[in-house]
Design a binder for this molecule. Structure first.
Ligand SMILES: [Zn+2]
Length: 243
C-alpha cells in the first residue's frame, strides 16, 4: 500500500461521497493500492478490509485515534482516545470457505465481504438484512436450494453462522470499553473503523481544497499544479499570503 496522493485523495472523496459506506472503504484502499484490483479488495472479509484501512490510517494520520461515543446507559457524550494497536486484532489468511457442524449437519460458509454489505443494503430491517447476509455466505447445497425457493435459513442456523463469522473475522467487530463519569457505569462501544476513517479523509480533503482555493486565488495557479506541490511548499506559500 503506497498511501494516498493529494490528487487521489480528492478523486476518491469526490467519487465515493454518494456511495454506500462499504464502497467508500473499498474505494479508499483501491486509491491507495494501485496494484490490487477493485474486485480483490471488495472480496476481502470485512475484518481483513478494516485491518488494511487501519494501516492506511496509520500512514496518513498516525496511530492515535480520538473521537466521541455515547454512553449506552444515559446517553452522555464520552470522549475516547485509543491507539490503532489497541483495536488491531491479529488475523490469519482469509480462507475461501469455513466449516462447522450444526445439528449434525456439516455447514460450509464463507466470510461476508464489502460486496455482500452493499447487496443487502436495500433491506431496511437489520434482522432481515443480517439473515440475507448469512444466506449469501452459506455454501452448502441444501441452502442453495432454499435460496432458489426464496426461503430463508432458520433463525437458529442464521445465529450459529453469524457467531462463526464473528469468530473467524474478529477485526470486523471491534469493541472498546468506556467508563461514563455521569452515571458511573461501564459500557462497550462498537467502533466503526470504516466510518471513522472516511470522516477523517473527507476532512483532510476539505482542508486541502481550502488551501487550493487560497493559493489559486492568491497566485493564479491551477489546481493540478498546486496539488503536485509538497505539503511543505503549499504551507509556506500560504504563509506568504498572510493566511
Ligand atoms: Zn452514562
Amino acid at each position: 500500500m503506497r498511501g494516498l496522493t493529494p490528487q487521489s485523495l480528492l478523486e476518491v472523496c469526490e467519487w465515493a461521497e454518494s456511495e454506500h459506506p462499504a464502497n467508500r472503504a473499498v474505494a479508499l484502499l483501491y486509491a491507495a493500492s494501485p496494484d490490487t484490483s477493485w474486485d480483490e479488495l471488495a472480496a476481502l472479509s470485512i475484518g481483513r478490509r478494516d485491518a488494511l484501512l487501519l494501516e492506511l490510517r496509520e500512514k496518513t494520520f498516525g496511530r492515535q485515534l480520538e473521537g466521541f461515543a455515547s454512553c449506552l446507559h444515559c446517553g452522555e457524550r464520552l470522549e475516547f482516545a485509543v491507539a490503532t494497536s489497541d483495536i488491531r486484532v491479529g488475523v490469519g489468511e482469509q480462507q475461501p470457505e469455513y466449516h462447522f457442524e450444526y445439528q449434525g449437519r456439516a455447514i460450509r460458509f464463507r466470510l461476508p465481504d464489502s460486496t455482500d454489505l452493499v447487496a443487502v443494503s436495500h433491506l431496511p430491517d437489520p434482522n432481515l438484512a443480517g439473515a440475507e447476509l448469512v444466506s449469501r455466505c452459506l455454501l452448502d447445497q441444501l441452502t442453495v436450494a432454499d435460496k432458489a425457493e426464496q426461503v430463508m435459513p432458520d433463525t437458529g442456523l442464521v445465529n450459529a453462522v453469524a457467531e462463526q463469522i464473528s469468530q473467524c473475522d474478529p477485526q470486523a467487530e471491534v469493541l472498546f470499553d468506556l467508563h461514563c463519569p455521569a452515571c458511573n457505569k461501564d459500557s462497550q462501544s462498537l467502533f466503526d473503523i470504516g466510518g471513522y476513517i472516511w470522516i477523517e479523509f473527507t476532512d483532510l480533503a476539505r482542508r486541502l481544497m481550502q488551501q487550493v482555493h487560497w493559493l489559486a486565488r492568491g497566485y493564479g495557479w491551477k489546481e493540478a499544479d498546486i496539488l503536485r506541490m509538497s505539503a511543505w511548499r503549499r504551507r509556506y506559500y500560504q504563509e506568504l499570503l498572510g493566511l
